[in-house]
Design a protein around this ligand. Sequence first.
Ligand code: ATP
Ligand code: MG
Length: 331
Amino acid sequence: MGKNDKEKKSDKHADKASNKKSEKKSVNRSDKLAEIEKLLKNYRVEDGKNFRLKDFDAGSTAGYPENRKEEGKGEADSILSRGVEWLAELQDRLYAQDRYALLCIFQAMDAAGKDGTIKHVMSGVNPQGCQVYSFKQPSFEELDHDFMWRYQRCLPERGRIGIFNRSYYEEVLVVRVHNEILATHKLPDKLKTKDIWDERLADMAAFEKYLSRNGIMVLKFFLNVSKAEQKKRFLARIDVPKKNWKFSSADVIERGYWNDYQRAYEEAIRATASKEAPWYVIPADNKWFTRLAVIAAIVHKLESLDLQYPKVDKKQKAELEKAKALLLSEK
Ligand code: ATP
Ligand code: MG
């Protein structure tokens, strides 16, 4: 057997082994994806026609033990840590391929855990591929434009994951609950009719359709915390000195509008849930579960995009070889 034959044989061997390895990997992957899909379908809303917020349990943990000291904690933990790794890998491919972008919108009542969720979910991701924006009350400059202007400027570039911590949905939530805010907006009075909320919701749904047709995929998360759990968390913010900075007495006043907010959320989800830009109503009474479900939804979406590293053609390969030869010939 000549040297070449030997090499060929061992190449074949290596190919076989690597094929087996990738086969195994993809079986594991598809198993995991099926498990994730089973979990997510309980919380995903793609058609809002019959959507009722009260059908969604804020305390759900999809069968994992609520008390994480019990058996099963390890399983949830390992899904979470594997999810972080998995997301990091997908984000790398999203960035390299540079075609799609993913916009993740986070909406919730106060203390539902938006900040902590964003922090944990993105913990493994390359900061260069991720852009986070938090939206507060609009500035005078922003009020001088149409309502979508300030959000549109923050959309993620291709190859990136964009996070909106609050979003244009505030325009049909806080502004709807506190009608007096709309009175301060510079929109012509003639346009401030009773239909304005439905009009805005229709514009948002159309905007999301437009984005998805441009390869900017949208996922919307409503972190669904119960009123009782919010109270517990507010009290902890008052009682635990390290958490005092997080407490604002305005939050307690806002809590007084709980039912109005729930109604506004329900209407928003009804009018804007779609296949291309679904809402996830994520149980938020258990923080560890919120994180697990959000990461699962992002992984699930990115997996569906079939992200691939760009292929190098013959000419580029020849250039790489030339550059390699040049480097190796350096004294
Ligand atoms: P946290 O309280 O966890 O730090 P947060 O998102 O509640 O985070 P805050 O600074 O407390 O941040 O609040 C931001 C405020 O800005 C919220 O009360 C929200 O309703 C308000 N806001 C956001 N967007 C708009 C908008 N378009 N119009 C009016 N108010 C808005
Ligand atoms: Mg707040």
